[in-house]
Design a protein around this ligand. Structure first.
Ligand code: NAD
Length: 473
């Protein structure tokens, strides 16, 4: 049982003013494994004041100093990789191999930010003028529970690369991961006040940061509904806002695809991160004339997919993060059947033989039409929909008929043809015959999947304000 009763302000672990205690669960056992004392508005205000004080000098640091800090940060996070992986399994329910990847990502993404910084020119000449990219100010960062450590690391590393200081409000459900990250960042020796971490409730600490006049920028990863609330809260002071929100990504199987490869790839895209991934490919678009063939293959593959103990190396899908999330997934499975979709495999309840833990059955619906609720709303669990399409135009229309636009997948035996289809899909990233990640290239969504981009040069520029200096000789 872990008791986390400190937040991090102005270079020190301090007792929060807030007194509310919040239970942390192991979703595989439903047992309480920790308790965190939450910060409140008062703590958020103190953290913002510390970041503001630190900004005065940190914004004037040079590239080499920031590169050194990023290197120390990456080293310190890498040194805690084993602890982080354990916390991700216990607190989030991630299967072992995914947890290891996520734990490693926290340090590798910092090195990627350093690479971007190394190559970046903060000053450029246009005609007779000089354009200077200047740090925007104090940045507020708000993260979700589904990859908390990696999001904190990525956002903070980018802010540091830009010369900004930060106030971070991590998900209250991921406090054990946050504690490890905070200890690592403290050990990295970042200057006092450059980063401050205040774990608290979203509608208290998150809302305070989102509205505070001394916060110049918000970088938020989470649900579309909360993203809109943050945008509204930031409007009064015209904050620069980056939003990484939800998705309902299409996985388009072209008629020339190798179905034996496409079906397991579709499951990989849909079931990644226990189905709790913003980029999950949850709408599987299959040519009408080959739907039955695809159904046989995907059903067989889904029935071989183990949903269970995240510490068992054979497990692909661990538990849902919370009871609330488990109930939400059950509701969508019920809705799918009620709205007339056909359950190909899976369904309500826990996998056979499991009586506790927030485990769900890997579920695939077929006969889904794109106007059904399960095809429109983000479920955030391993529940996939097969949607039949008539021809290529129909596939593209269905793929784009969504309020989201985060990621898309196209599978074909002809990569050039797949790229042509990909070019017509409104999504921030398009995967051709693969599932991959590159933290050097822009990440973010079209439409209601977000505003702006993280990662690479565009991600860095989201923390910078251009200033044209003119009339110089
Ligand atoms: P959430 O939106 O409920 O919470 C995210 C964070 O916002 C938490 O820290 C929460 O405390 C905080 N928050 C809640 N209300 C707030 C308010 N009024 N003001 C300020 N902050 C507030 O999301 P979640 O349930 O933690 O995570 C799942 C969601 O995140 C999914 O919708 C998923 O698609 C999305 N997500 C997006 C990406 C991406 O990069 N696009 C990545 C991962 C997750």
């Amino acid at each position: 049982m872990q008791h986390i009763d400190r937040i991090y302000i102005d270079g020190a672990f301090v007792t929060p003013h807030g007194e509310e205690l919040f239970d942390l669960f192991n979703p595989a056992t439903e047992q309480v494994i920790g308790r965190v004392r939450l910060a409140d508005e008062h703590d958020a205000n103190r953290a913002i004041a510390a970041a503001r004080r630190a900004f005065a000098s940190f914004s004037r640091t040079g590239k080499s100093e920031r590169l050194d800090l990023l290197q120390s940060m990456a080293n310190a996070l890498a040194a805690r990789e084993d602890d982080l992986a354990e916390a991700i399994i216990d607190e989030y329910g991630s299967p072992v191999s995914r947890a290891r990847w996520m734990a490693n990502y926290a340090s590798s993404v910092v090195l990627e930010a350093a690479n971007t910084l190394r190559q970046y020119d903060f000053k450029r000449r246009i005609n007779a003028s000089e354009v200077v990219m200047q740090p925007v100010g104090v940045a507020g960062m708000i993260t979700p529970w589904n990859a908390n450590a990696g999001f904190i690391a990525n956002k903070l590393a980018t802010a540091i690369a830009a010369g900004c200081t930060a106030v971070i409000k991590p998900s209250e459900m991921s406090a054990i991961q946050t504690q490890i990250v905070t200890e690592a960042l403290h050990a990295a020796g970042l200057p006092t006040g450059v980063f401050n971490i205040v774990t608290g409730r979203g509608d208290v600490v998150g809302a305070t940061i989102s509205a505070h006049p001394d916060v110049a920028k918000i970088s938020f990863t989470g649900s579309t509904a909360v993203g809109k609330a943050i945008l509204r809260a930031g409007a009064e002071t015209l904050k620069r806002i980056t939003l990484e929100l939800g998705g309902k990504s299409p996985f388009i199987v072209l008629d020339d695809a190798n179905f034996a490869e496409a079906a397991p790839l579709a499951l990989q895209a849909g079931f990644m991160n226990n189905g709790q991934a913003c980029i999950a490919g949850t709408r599987i678009l299959v040519p009408q004339q080959r739907v039955e063939e695809f159904e046989v293959l995907i059903r067989a593959a889904a029935e071989k997919t183990q949903s269970g103990d995240p510490r068992d190396p054979a497990t692909v899908i661990g538990p849902m993060v919370s009871e609330k999330q488990w109930n939400r997934v059950q509701r969508y499975i019920r809705l799918g059947t009620e709205e007339g979709a056909r359950l190909l495999t899976g369904g309500e309840g826990r996998p056979d033989g499991m009586e506790s833990g927030w485990f769900v059955r890997p579920t695939v619906f077929t006969g889904v039409s794109n106007d059904m609720t399960i095809a429109r709303e983000e479920i955030f669990g391993p529940v996939l929909s097969i949607i039949a399409y008539r021809d290529l135009e129909d596939a593209i229309a269905i793929a784009n008929d969504t309020t989201y636009g985060l990621q898309a997948y196209v599978v074909s035996s002809d990569p050039a043809r797949a790229r042509e289809v990909g070019a017509r899909i409104d999504a921030g990233r398009v995967m051709i015959n693969a599932i991959t990640h590159d933290p050097a290239v822009p990440f973010g969504g079209f439409k209601q999947s977000g505003i702006g981009r993280e990662c690479g040069t565009l991600g860095l520029e989201a923390y910078l304000e251009p200033k044209a200096v003119m009339g110089v000789v």
